[in-house]
Design a protein around this ligand. Structure first.
Ligand code: PLP
Length: 399
């Protein structure tokens, strides 16, 4: 017999460092787009492990590919070559039209790599150590010191100063604000193509194109963080592809491995040619055969089963239903997002409470920023799951 939920939670709190106020649920297994807790309760998953489980749970062929690789080789280090890393890199380069890949173990590490690439790119030009990076207010790029330094959130940064120097913040979707932060030492601009944690704000086309033009004009690198909005979630493999604005550096993680911890930073030819060289960067685990077998399989599945075509189809339906919801409840002030990355803007009611009530009704949803209910389901949801989500969410809202 499994231990009671209360006992498991109590034991976890005894030993696991309390850096999260967790929801009182002990998840045990997943199937398709559903999760089950240790008491057998079923949840429709519109959180996907924070936009990670793009293929849901036990997608046909995925587990088999991992088991196959597990039986062969888990890890070798980066001192040697391995086939899964070569294949995963090739597929990521093809999907992005970019040039070179460095695999990491997480999103925050991908951002560290992007920041180091920008610093090195500028350093090799003039040998100076005073280069600046412009980041956005309300951004989120991760919790390690470099990524935290470009995360525009005072609450996250305050206890950990001094952070890395030379970071200036501009207002997202405001080109004038970015321009006002440019100096002769600026080497890069970093932003999320669609801000996630900050409250689901897509970049405007005018803004993204303006920043790109500015970066080209001044030979600064454009770093687009696609960790949350990438891998098909927006209805394009990478959200920037819709805008026709290609970054010099892109960061990926979350759904890149669909459950296996893996990230990457990807460079275009210009950045790859004139930045990191042997000795500049490394990782013991990054790009290991197991993680890369997952990445490789994910790209195969996306192509074979046209996951992106499916996202576009079902996202239209989801948007229509969410807009209807915003009309029905006056505390839902609106909807923002693209594809299967959607936020409902809530006013005058606690979003945390809505999340808890949804849990009670068997629906997993999460928050973003303050006052936004975030919906980032597996990309493989069907219309019937959208209907089920609505039913459960309405029950939670009416409770
Ligand atoms: C989640 C996230 C990160 C950090 O990724 P971790 O794997 O948690 O380190 C960085 N940027 C964005 C946009 C994210 O959503």
């Amino acid at each position: 017999m499994t231990e009671s939920k209360e006992r498991i939670i109590e034991q976890a709190e005894e030993t696991v460092l309390h850096t999260y106020n967790r929801y009182p649920v002990v998840l045990d297994r997943g199937e398709g787009v559903y999760l089950y807790d240790t008491e057998g309760k079923k949840y429709l998953d519109f959180a996907a492990g924070i936009a990670v489980q793009a293929l849901g749970y036990h997608y046909p062929g995925y587990d088999e590919a991992l088991k196959e690789q597990m039986g062969r080789l888990l890890h070798t280090s980066n001192l040697y070559y391995n086939v899964p890393a070569m294949e995963a890199a090739r597929k990521l380069v093809k999907a992005s039209g970019m040039s070179k890949v460095f695999f990491t173990n997480s999103g925050t590490e991908a951002v560290e790599g992007a920041v180091k690439t920008a610093r090195k790119y500028a350093y090799q030009k003039d040998g100076r150590n005073d280069h600046e990076i412009i980041a956005m207010q309300h951004s989120f790029h991760g919790r390690s010191m470099g990524a935290l330094s470009v995360t525009g959130n005072e609450k996250y940064q305050a206890p950990f100063r001094p952070l890395i120097g030379g970071i200036r913040f501009a207002e997202f979707n405001n080109l004038k604000s970015v321009l006002s932060q440019v100096t002769d030492r600026t080497c890069a601009v970093i932003l999320e193509t669609i801000q996630g944690e900050g409250g689901i704000y897509p970049a405007s086309e005018e803004f993204l194109k303006g920043v790109k033009a500015l970066c080209e004009e001044r030979d600064m690198l454009l770093i687009l963080d696609e960790i949350q909005c990438g891998m098909g979630r927006s209805g394009h493999m990478f959200a920037w592809q819709e805008y026709g604005v290609k970054p010099n550096v892109m960061t990926c993680a979350k759904a890149l491995g669909c459950g296996v911890p893996v990230g990457a930073f990807v460079l275009d030819e210009k950045a790859a040619k004139a930045s990191l060289v042997p000795g500049d960067h490394g990782t013991t685990y990054g790009g290991n055969p197991f993680a890369c077998a997952a990445v490789s399989k994910v790209f195969d599945i996306f192509e074979k089963d046209d996951i992106i075509g499916h996202v576009r189809e079902v996202a239209g339906y989801l948007e229509e239903k969410l807009d209807g919801l915003a009309e029905k409840y006056d505390f839902i002030r609106g909807r923002r997002g693209k594809g299967l990355m959607q936020g409902l803007v809530i006013g005058g009611r606690s979003v945390g409470e809505i999340v808890l009530k949804s849990l009670d009704k068997g629906l997993l949803v999460i928050t973003a920023g303050s006052g936004v209910l975030r919906l980032v389901p597996p990309l493989v949801i069907e219309r019937e799951h959208v209907d089920e989500m609505l039913e459960k969410l309405c029950a939670a809202l009416d409770a």
